[in-house]
Design a protein around this ligand. Structure first.
Ligand SMILES: *[C@@H]1O[C@H](CO)[C@@H](O)[C@H](O)[C@H]1NC(C)=O
Ligand SMILES: *[C@@H]1O[C@H](CO)[C@@H](O)[C@H](O)[C@H]1NC(C)=O
Ligand SMILES: *[C@@H]1O[C@H](CO)[C@@H](O)[C@H](O)[C@H]1NC(C)=O
Length: 196
């Protein structure tokens, strides 16, 4: 009959080895963990507030200094009047009044792409980059669908940085003017956002 090792080992050594193995397991668990629960106060977060931002977005596709340029279009399809497959990159000015010459508050930087085969339905992926007042240096991220020919469109605000950390909310867009000859458009934005 085989004898187990325990029969030859003094009991205090067995206890010691059990304690050592437990410590080793705990240490390993601690060093592998990469997440922990934090109280909001530790990040300096106090009360969430709701802000309303109002500005005009200038999408200039014509002339010598366009702010939105085509970067891709579908080559295989000639089916739709919805420009399905076309992709634009923009760095559009944001101003306080409908006039481009009015005070600039930031830019809308990102992509809009025709994602609908039947109607005008743009996929908007953009950051509002603010350069004025208390929002200077802070950004908001928008990801949504923009049926650009409808009266009022709504797009989710999915996050933000700077004063807009933890941001969530929505942006309402309404076309102010559009020049059907050049394609240039001015869009009024009302943004409602929760942040700290
Ligand atoms: C696209 O399709 C229409 C209708 O089928 C045709 O008249 C037109 O010439 C086509 N355009 C191109 C660029 O192929
Ligand atoms: C915005 O912040 C930048 C960088 O801190 C600064 O250079 C600029 O003058 C600020 N603009 C306004 C309008 O406060
Ligand atoms: C917001 O975007 C601007 C422009 O890209 C950048 O300079 C700035 O650091 C961003 N702000 C934050 C808080 O990340």
């Amino acid at each position: 009959m085989a004898k187990t090792i325990h029969e030859f080992t003094p009991p205090y050594l067995i206890l010691l080895s059990i304690i050592l193995s437990m410590t080793a397991t705990t240490t390993a668990k601690e060093s592998e963990s990469f997440g922990s629960i934090l109280s909001p106060a530790k990040l300096g977060l106090k009360r969430e507030k709701l802000s309303h931002l109002h500005f005009y977005f200038h999408d200039i596709v014509s002339g010598r200094n366009p702010t939105a340029v085509p970067v891709a279009k579908a080559s295989m399809t000639n089916t739709s009047s919805s420009f399905f497959g076309s992709v634009m990159m923009m760095d559009d000015p944001l101003t306080v009044k409908p006039e481009l010459s009015s005070k600039r508050v930031g830019s809308a930087q990102g992509i809009y792409a025709s994602a609908s085969q039947k109607d005008i339905g743009l996929l908007m992926v953009m950051n509002f980059v603010f350069t004025e007042g208390k929002y200077n240096g802070s950004n908001l991220s928008v990801l949504g669908r923009n049926a650009a020919f409808l009266g009022m469109r709504e797009m989710p605000i999915v996050g933000g940085s700077g004063v807009f950390r933890f941001a969530r909310g929505y942006a309402q867009a309404r076309t102010h003017t559009v020049d059907f000859e050049t394609g240039d458009a001015i869009v009024e934005y009302n943004v409602y956002v929760f942040h700290y």
